[in-house]
Design a protein around this ligand. Structure first.
Ligand code: NAD
Length: 276
């Protein structure tokens, strides 16, 4: 008799059903880290709902094997969250995993920061995560438990002088992650919440940074933001592998943590750009 728990290979990817029977929402799933996580989730047996404001999410979902669906949704829209989660429960019966991954970056300093860039970055990263948690937690309680994974950044752990708005947003994500973990621990619903701090992965967002200029202000200029001490960028799959682990029951004793994925860059030379 074949062992039903044995891992099998489809193409080059190991499939072991680590997320079998689970239903996941991944925001910002049209590109980059969200798309990589979606592909890996589907390979691990999850039903995946990718959401994004980018309509290309439709073709991203269609390019994946397994049960992968796309819903156009702006994470800043709270009413949209209610509709999304109701729709997921109606179509797939439950919600087990939420990956609050959508994010945008602006280059700005503490004196060059503007209301426009600050509120835009905070809205996508922080409002999106707050509304996502608010509406996913009750659905996960109905499902008997769950895992929330918030995409933070190494900017939350090291001082990046050109990332004022982004640092504020990502720092808020890590603090909120701990608070949600403790809240869910006290309600006893079996919901965990962790965050991931990537650095310099090869995605459309990171590829766009070297061409960006600092927002107008006394420090305006062009910055090299390639992570220090690295001779190449990480791959989106390097983060997706951790997202799968945190989403799966294998990580059931890991809660309220912020985990860095940067091949050690931040503990060696760091990746803090030099403004001078
Ligand atoms: N790539 C890295 O090295 C890195 C490092 C640190 C943190 N991060 C974080 O990881 C997450 C994913 O980054 P990425 O590199 O894949 O970026 P990306 O730009 O490739 O993908 C981000 C996705 O978010 C979507 N998005 C933007 N605003 C949205 C909104 N309002 N509603 C819904 N979707 C929206 C975009 O359309 C895009 O598809 C972000 O939160 C980012 O800050 C990435």
């Amino acid at each position: 008799m074949p062992d039903p728990s044995a891992a099998v290979c489809i193409g080059k990817r190991l499939v072991s059903g680590r997320l079998s029977g689970k239903v996941a929402i991944i925001t910002g799933g049209a590109n980059g880290l969200g798309a990589a996580a979606g592909r890996m989730f589907a390979n691990e047996g999850a039903t995946v709902v990718l959401t994004d404001i980018d309509p290309d999410g439709e073709s991203t979902a269609a390019s994946m094997n397994g049960s992968v669906h796309f819903v156009r949704h702006d994470v800043c829209d709270e009413a949209g969250w209610q509709n999304l989660i109701a729709d997921v429960e109606r179509r797939f019966g439950r919600l087990d995993i939420l990956v609050n991954n959508a994010g945008v970056v602006e280059l700005d300093t503490p004196v060059g920061i503007t209301a426009v860039s600050f509120h835009r970055v905070m809205a996508v990263s922080v409002d999106g995560m707050v509304w996502g948690c608010k509406h996913a937690i009750p659905a996960m309680e109905r499902a008997g438990g769950g895992s929330i994974i918030n995409m933070s950044s190494i900017a939350a752990a090291q001082g990046e002088p050109n990332n004022a708005s982004y640092t504020a947003a990502k720092g808020a994500i890590d603090a909120y992650t701990r608070m949600v973990a403790v809240y869910c621990g006290q309600t006893g619903a079996g919901i965990r919440c962790n965050s991931i701090l990537p650095n310099g992965m090869d995605t459309p967002m990171v590829r766009s940074i070297p061409g960006k200029k600092l927002a107008a202000g006394p420090d305006a200029g062009l910055l090299d933001t390639v992570p220090g001490g690295q001779n190449r960028r990480g791959e989106a799959d390097d983060v997706a592998a951790l997202v799968v682990f945190l989403a799966s029951d294998e990580s059931r004793w890991i809660n309220g943590q912020s985990i860095v994925v940067d091949n050690g860059a931040s503990i060696t030379k760091g990746s803090i750009p030099d403004l001078k």
